[in-house]
Write a protein that binds this ligand. Structure first.
Ligand code: CTP
Length: 395
């Protein structure tokens, strides 16, 4: 995902410095070219060799190190960078950056760097809350630097409070958001539904289906990484929703209907991957239904068809539905395009190996009124990219 991208990581003196090895490793697994610059203090917490082994580049510490090729290293690295992240960022380095002090490799590179810069303040709570530090962060933000809020928790000094460096996975997501993919969906509002719905029978039981939400979550993430403003309306799912999307959790088909219709007018693209229940129990018992000796039948009534409702009142929106079938996939899916007034439907056959519920892969066919294309087996993340490409081409 990050092939051809250069990430410069600036590491300052904090115990959290060791965690940046995991971040570097995550970036390298996505094929980014990673360079690490450390302050002298940071080398007390993790040895530069750790970063050199991971990144296969010299880890830069001292501006006047003569032991590398002849170019003005801080300038050339600053120019190569697609993004620079300073994490952990100490109060000292934040103060220097805010006031134009460049007295070591890290701060001179930061001064020369025009790429987006992410700064991750990491320190004791009292230091973090100090108005001098807060003012310095405001100055940096006013120069367009992105400040990533520290987490709360137990700090190295055993105090509990704000100032902890967010976990490497979180920092990784921040970097991805800046440099993964062209921002071809910037300015677009995308609404994705995902997961199953649950239709209550009584306070204990409900009717649902096997949807895990993985396909919808992958689409929400891909759209977010491409710059869209994403709302994810999700039924109950075990997977973690992507960062940087607005999540609206819902339970029943009726809840989903209300959450979706509330967003619809301001939305440019709707992608309904949710496996919405077509029926719900006619009555929801307020008390637990006790078993009897006889059999039990539960009368069911139709839920609202959310997508059909959206199709009927469509103005500027691009509407994409999903269709999961076990037979006659193409005919059934084409019929849904007409019936629900859709611009596209993504069909999959539950019986095809690698497709359907719970898997990390899918085999999808993209169908519009005048176009049909079956894609090969691929990850749901890749399928998400193909679906959004197809939508953009048709908008
Ligand atoms: N859908 C919806 N509201 C419902 C049911 C489904 O918006 N109450 C959406 C799904 O999110 C999906 C598409 O409609 O995008 C699926 O169409 P549908 O005809 O409902 O598919 P099935 O339920 O699979 O159809 P059938 O039961 O007729 O096989």
């Amino acid at each position: 995902m990050l092939k051809g991208k250069t990430v410069v990581l600036g590491v300052t003196g904090s115990i959290a410095a060791y965690k940046i090895a995991s971040l570097a490793s995550m970036l390298i697994k996505q094929h980014a070219d990673v360079h690490v610059i450390m302050t002298q203090n940071a080398t007390n917490f993790i040895h530069p060799t750790a970063f050199e082994t991971l990144t296969r580049h010299k880890c830069l510490v001292d501006t006047f190190d003569r032991d590398f090729q002849f170019n003005v290293k801080h300038v050339s690295l600053a120019q190569q960078a697609d993004v620079m992240m300073i994490a952990p960022a100490s109060a000292n380095v934040i103060g220097k950056l805010a006031h134009g002090i460049a007295d070591d490799m890290l701060t001179t590179t930061a001064m020369a760097c025009k790429a987006p810069m992410l700064i991750v303040p990491t320190m004791n709570t009292n230091m973090y809350e100090n108005p001098i530090l807060q003012d310095n962060l405001k100055v940096l933000a006013s120069y367009g630097k992105k400040i990533i809020e520290p987490a709360s928790g137990m700090l190295a000094c055993r105090d509990v409070g704000k100032g902890k460096m967010p976990e490497p996975e979180v920092l990784f997501q921040h970097i991805l958001r800046v440099i993964a993919f062209d921002k071809d969906l910037a300015g677009k509002k995308v609404l994705v539904t995902a997961g199953p719905t649950q239709e209550a029978i009584d306070p204990v039981r409900y009717i649902t289906n096997h949807s895990t939400g993985k396909m919808g979550y992958a689409i929400a993430e891909n759209a977010m990484l491409r710059g869209a403003d994403v709302t994810l309306v999700t039924g109950p799912c075990a997977v973690e929703p992507p960062m940087f999307v607005k999540v609206k959790p819902v339970i029943s088909a009726q809840d989903m209907y209300e959450a979706v219709t509330e967003e619809y007018d301001q939305t440019d693209i709707v992608i309904m991957t949710a496996a919405v229940a077509d029926y719900r129990p006619a009555q929801v018992s307020t008390e637990k239904v006790k078993k009897q000796d006889s059999d039990l039948s539960i009368p069911l009534v139709r839920t609202k068809d959310i997508l059909a409702t959206l199709g009927a009142s469509k103005t500027h929106q691009f509407l994409c539905g999903f269709s999961m079938e076990t037979q006659n996939m193409l005919e059934n899916s084409r019929a849904k395009i007409a019936k629900k007034n859709l611009d596209m439907i993504v069909a999959n056959n539950l019986k095809v190996a690698g497709a359907g519920f719970g898997t990390d892969t899918n085999v999808i066919t993209l169908i519009t009124k005048d176009f049909e294309k079956e894609l090969p087996l691929m990850s749901k993340k890749e399928a998400a990219g193909c679906i959004l490409n197809a939508i953009l081409e048709r908008m």
